[in-house]
Design a protein around this ligand. Structure first.
Ligand code: SF4
Ligand code: ZN
Length: 328
């Protein structure tokens, strides 16, 4: 039986490895339950399923209880990553006393990361943040058309660049997220968009994380995917983006959610684990030799990209072909 969700419990807490000060260190990841992203309430981004993690009744008191639970799990990890279902700096989502308590609780750790949309990032707020903060920015793409039509982001790339530059000026670190394969883009166009976006983000980012789309429940992307009009990116595409952008300045990384499943970034099935392990190794080492993986499906990916480009469609040709073979 599914456990009842409590507004006083965080959505999830787990431990993993990440980088801090050039070293691989233990990190605690926290997903707080909140009243939700203000942008999601007006429609939100096409690939975002965070709405399902939010509960409208959550306010300051419930969040304080969640922080109590988080502190029980905290074992002194040097890196703490704190995600909400939206923006940590949105005072409607995280009331100021909660934000202040979090910063106090983790004042002694090497690095604390949280995410915010640029509209909540002001010089005033930044000047009050301690220097162990890494600001995560969900830029997604540097192409205004992609941001408007494919992602429905509600801000543009220059808003992210401004916020990133201000954060650097305030002495903070910046991790920028780039989305790999927003809807309506062919596989080839998605690779080009992600490469251009990483390069755009490089001047104001210490790290750029490439996030392949993972088809989440109840999203516009899921509706396209169910109709066969969307295929999650190939791992080969992710590898190409990482290989092309390696050495462009910031640390380039990727930690795909749902990797190897039909909804997440995937290849043929038999090489997915090896390819994802290679991505993880590279994310730490930054050595492109770690991305050397071989499989017969590499040729299929090449053909897929060429066919999509020729037909001018981002439809899921993989599934279309499988369905066609099944009825014969
Ligand atoms: S991706 Fe971020 S900004 Fe967009 S709706 Fe989801 S939480 Fe809000
Ligand atoms: Zn394969």
């Amino acid at each position: 039986m599914r456990k009842e969700r409590s507004p006083s419990e965080p959505e999830a807490v787990w431990k993993e490895k990440d980088m801090s000060g050039g070293r691989k260190v233990d990190a605690m990841v926290v997903i707080l339950r909140t009243s939700g992203c203000s942008w999601a309430k007006t429609g939100g981004c096409t690939m975002c399923g965070y709405r399902s993690a939010s509960m409208s009744e959550i306010g300051e008191e419930e969040l304080m209880s969640q922080i109590d639970r988080v502190m029980e799990s905290y074992k002194g990890e040097p890196f703490v990553k704190l995600y909400t279902s939206g923006s940590f700096l949105d005072p409607r989502e995280i009331p100021v006393p909660v934000r202040e308590r979090v910063l106090r609780e983790f004042a002694g750790c090497e690095r604390i990361l949280f995410e915010s949309r640029p509209e909540y990032i002001t010089e005033d707020i930044l000047s009050g943040l301690p220097k162990n903060v890494t600001l995560a920015l969900g830029m997604e793409s540097c192409d205004p058309e992609v941001l408007r039509v494919s992602v429905n982001k509600g801000f543009d790339q220059d808003d992210t660049a401004r916020a990133g530059a201000m954060a650097k000026e305030a002495g903070l670190s910046v991790r920028t997220y780039v989305l790999l394969k927003p809807p309506y883009l062919t596989e080839r166009a998605a690779v080009e968009d992600a490469v251009a976006s990483v390069r755009f983000a490089a001047p104001f980012s210490d790290e750029v994380s490439v996030n392949p789309v993972n088809v989440q429940n109840g999203t516009a992307v899921e509706r396209l995917w169910k109709r066969g009009e969307y295929r999650s990116p190939w791992i080969w595409s992710l590898i190409e983006v990482l290989r092309t952008c390696a050495g462009c300045g910031p640390r380039i990384m990727s930690s795909p959610s749902g990797g190897g499943s039909q909804r997440g970034v995937h290849n043929c099935g038999s090489c997915d684990r090896r390819a994802l392990d290679a991505v993880e190794r590279f994310s730490f080492s930054q050595d492109v030799r770690d991305l050397d993986v071989t499989c017969d499906c590499f040729k299929k990916w090449k053909a897929y990209c060429a066919a999509e480009t020729m037909l001018g469609t981002p439809a899921d040709l993989d599934r279309a072909l499988d369905a066609d073979l099944a009825v014969r």
